[in-house]
Design a binder for this molecule. Structure first.
Ligand code: ATP
Ligand code: MG
Length: 230
């Protein structure tokens, strides 16, 4: 068990092919110290989402291993894995139920105080309180409609509350209005503090807050640098 995973993530000589056999990652090695934020950029089809799927164990490597704090992810129970590694997808899905339910998804026993603290941390508390029934607003009911930026903030609050050692984020490509874009950046910085993170980044402002930027092409890293060196 890894109840207190620190978040050292290692791709060790990883090879990966989907079912059709075409090799997507020929030989991928990446060592991320605990707490580091990597922005992953690169052309379409480079293998960025594939990497994310290997960390969340949607797929396993065909050779080599992905390790958290020295332990092969395949050796972790599914509950330890879910606790240690959280993936936030582009779609930032909301499920039917209240806003509070949606934030508590990764921690069903969370109290309302904890849910509100998570929302406050990512700057979502204000708009949630302005909804017709506040935290009890049903996200699928009329009046409970939330914008793309607000959905994103709710999914950030969910991840903040779950407090994983490792966060994988596939950044939304959908355009947001300027204030919410800035709000998302601030929320991201709060969310990234004290955890290991891989962000598939589409915005320059996100790349700028990373510790390290990887440029991928055809399943390989072609650049690995600090953001200001690029
Ligand atoms: P994008 O920027 O467009 O999201 P990406 O870098 O995330 O691209 P991936 O989605 O990881 O790229 O895809 C890498 C390669 O794997 C592509 O050639 C893609 O066609 C292929 N691929 C992705 N998913 C599958 C799948 N389920 N089965 C077979 N091949 C796949
Ligand atoms: Mg992708």
């Amino acid at each position: 068990a890894l109840p207190d995973a620190r978040g050292h993530l290692l791709f060790d000589d990883v090879q990966f092919a989907y079912g059709n056999g075409r090799v997507i990652l020929p030989d991928f090695t990446l060592d991320m110290p605990a707490g580091q934020t990597i922005a992953l950029v690169g052309t379409t089809g480079a293998g960025k989402s594939t990497l994310a799927k290997l960390v969340s164990r949607f797929y396993d490597p065909t050779r080599g291993s992905v390790q958290l704090d020295g332990v092969d992810l395949r050796e972790l129970s599914s509950s330890d894995l879910r606790r240690a590694i959280v993936m936030v997808t582009q779609e930032a899905y909301l499920f039917s139920g209240t806003v509070a339910d949606n934030i508590a998804l990764g921690k069903p026993d969370a109290t309302l105080d904890e849910i509100q603290a998570a929302a406050r941390a990512v700057g979502a508390d204000g708009f949630i309180r302005a909804l017709p029934d506040g935290y009890d607003t049903d996200v699928n009911k009329r009046g409970g409609r939330v914008s793309a930026g607000q959905r994103q903030l709710i999914s950030f609050a969910r991840a903040f509350l779950a407090d994983p050692a490792v966060l994988i984020l596939d950044e939304a490509t959908a355009s947001l209005d300027i204030p919410s874009e800035r709000q998302i950046q601030e929320a991201l910085q709060t969310l990234l503090a004290d955890r290991t993170a891989i962000i598939i980044a589409h915005r320059l402002s996100t790349v700028a807050i990373a510790d390290r930027v990887l440029v991928m092409e055809h399943g390989r890293i072609i650049e690995d640098d600090a953001p200001d060196a690029l």
